[in-house]
Design a protein around this ligand. Structure first.
Ligand SMILES: [Zn+2]
Length: 234
């Protein structure tokens, strides 16, 4: 056992490693604890809840240990949610029902009970005895509501900027790879090169008629390319 004193002397990385070692879901994923697996791929796993709310109650989790949603890498989170769309469809067909609750609690205060981020897919039917999440409806003054909205919008703007910068960087990298391929293609095809330099307008028409070629030159300004290649030739 690790004492409180030990914990105080541990680095955040060591604590995370300890949590991972003690995590019951990581043990399930490694097969050290038996489970009823419904689905598994390289990134995620879905098992039947050991204490199901109703028949067919599934848990979906990442195979890597992430304690909360915000620390899951973008592509893993995207894969998890994309896959869940199909899991819900399968759940409805398999359990012969039309509804399902997707329940996500992020953080202990929000009701997260496991140390390993996961969510519940729960088949639902009329009079199944399950409570729906009861959201109270309170009233705030107009002035307060405006303050809440301003606080949210400011932060959302910031987060979107971060997201766009990350996405933009990935796109720029992809584009530079495309442009390298394009440069190689032009070099290997003197006819294309000649067309671009000497007959850019005709080449544009040719692009419209040839989807493959068009794809290769997507987003490229032909008159500019023509000028640049022409200058290189001189
Ligand atoms: Zn875990």
């Amino acid at each position: 056992m690790v004492s409180e004193e030990d914990l105080k002397n541990m680095s955040p990385e060591e604590i995370a490693e300890l949590q991972r070692k003690q995590c019951i879901f990581c043990k399930i994923i490694k097969g050290e604890i038996p489970s009823k697996k419904a689905f598994e791929d390289d990134k995620i796993i879905s098992i039947l809840d050991i204490n199901p709310a109703v028949k067919g109650h599934l848990l979906v989790m990442t195979k890597e240990h992430y304690p909360i949603l915000p620390v899951i890498p973008l592509e893993v989170a995207a894969h998890m949610f994309r896959t869940s769309k199909h899991l819900v469809k399968a759940l409805k067909l398999g359990m012969v029902i039309n509804n399902a609750t997707v329940f996500i609690a992020n953080g202990a205060i929000a009701g997260q009970q496991s140390p390993h981020f996961l969510y519940h897919l729960i088949p639902r039917e009329d009079n199944d005895g399950l409570d729906n999440f009861n959201i109270p409806s309170n009233e705030f003054k107009e002035k307060e509501v405006k303050q809440h909205l301003a606080a949210l919008k400011g932060k959302i703007g910031l987060m979107m900027k971060e997201y766009k910068a990350k996405k933009g960087k990935e796109e720029v990298e992809a584009k530079s790879i495309n442009q390298q391929d394009l440069a190689k293609f032009i070099d290997k095809n003197p006819k294309v090169k000649d067309m671009v330099i000497n007959h850019p307008d005709e080449f544009k028409k040719q692009l419209e008629a040839d989807p493959e070629l068009n794809k290769m030159f997507a987003g490229i300004n032909i008159p500019k390319l023509s000028e640049a290649l022409g200058k290189l030739k001189k």
